[in-house]
Design a protein around this ligand. Sequence first.
Ligand code: AMP
Ligand code: GLY
Length: 419
Amino acid sequence: MKVLVVGGGGREHALVWKIAQSPKVEEIFCAPGNAGMRKKARCMDIPAEDIQALADFAEEKSIDLTVVGPEAPLVEGVVDEFEARGLKVFGPNKAAAQIEGSKVFAKNLMEKYNIPTAAFRVFDNSIDAINYIDSVGAPLVVKAEGLAAGKGVVVAKDKDAAVSAVKSIMEQKVFGKAGARVVIEEYLEGPEVTVLSFCDGKIAVPMVSSRDHKRVFDNDEGPNTGGMGAISPAPAYSTELAEVVEKEIIHKTVKAMAAEGMPFKGVLYTGLMLTEKGPRVLEYNCRFGDPETQVVLPRLKTDIVDIMEACIDGTLEKMRIEWKDEKAVCVVLASGGYPGPYEKGKVIEGLSEAEDEETVVFHAGTEVKDGKIVTSGGRVLGVTALGESVEQARLKAYSAVSRIKFEGMHYRKDIGKIL
Ligand code: AMP
Ligand code: GLY
């Protein structure tokens, strides 16, 4: 088989790494990919958002399966275009991807089907939104309706912060049309858990749980990032809780999407908060998580290509999906200054010394320049290790990290320690 992976981050490197283990796969392409994926795949200079160019390439090369990593092309309808051309593609179509593309759609779906989530109101103008904030007070969470590269959510501890979030989203339009409407939500507290599920339009099969660490500094301090590390399983997620989440949230969601006439195929990302009153959905995404994928896929025993084909064909029920008992820890190495402005082009050393049987270095923001691997993004690498316990995995991951160097490199020291 020939497989095309769309995207160029750590999540897509983990996908390429896992897909390459399938005996069915002869050749992998990625668009655009990164320096790490070059070991197993051919990187094509096609942007992940250029739907026509991606479909042209897949036709030209007779690609047997295309796997879409990021949300933007899914929300824009990449799957619909591929399907219209008779090309096999893994991911939700445009209608189903609304579950991430519109927070209003997602909240209305949860309300209609009684799926537990934070209480909310939707506003299409800033005056009503601000009056509402005045009447209920803080803390509150303000969310831009559409895609905002992970930056559209403001957890406001006081009224002023909530009002200024509404103004910047709706009046200054910092996220453009993604801010035409806002969702204002009840503030929830508790540990966060990510559950990714394979879906075939009819059923969902949850993967092992995970937890990411979004804050830049140790002890969950400092500004939010795209994710500074992850662990799997999520420590707070007991078997009992998993049963409740699967029954009350995940299966209900997939059934709801089918009932709405937009069956969900691909990976459904459910971001949960485990509150005192029970688990609540914080957000859905229509794709694998980043960096969660970097800890989940190394634990997957089953051939991922078989699973993806079952999702596309609607035969997931027949699949037996198996997982390793070992735990996984992923530490993200970031460029100096990230999540603020940072320099690129720093030479990375020690990459080959860092890897062994149970340790993989996933590339996120890297490229090859003058024959050397250099930094090209804020999150540069994700170092994942497996171990019998989280502690063992953590020690292995940090030992690998200590062999890698680039100017300005920074990372959290407490991934796998802070549970
Ligand atoms: P989202 O993009 O919706 O996942 O939001 C980003 C982050 O904001 C989440 O991972 C939570 O840490 C936080 N968040 C989102 N919604 C809420 C809420 N209702 N209450 C408290 N924190 C929230
Ligand atoms: N780790 C958060 C996300 O993938 O959206």
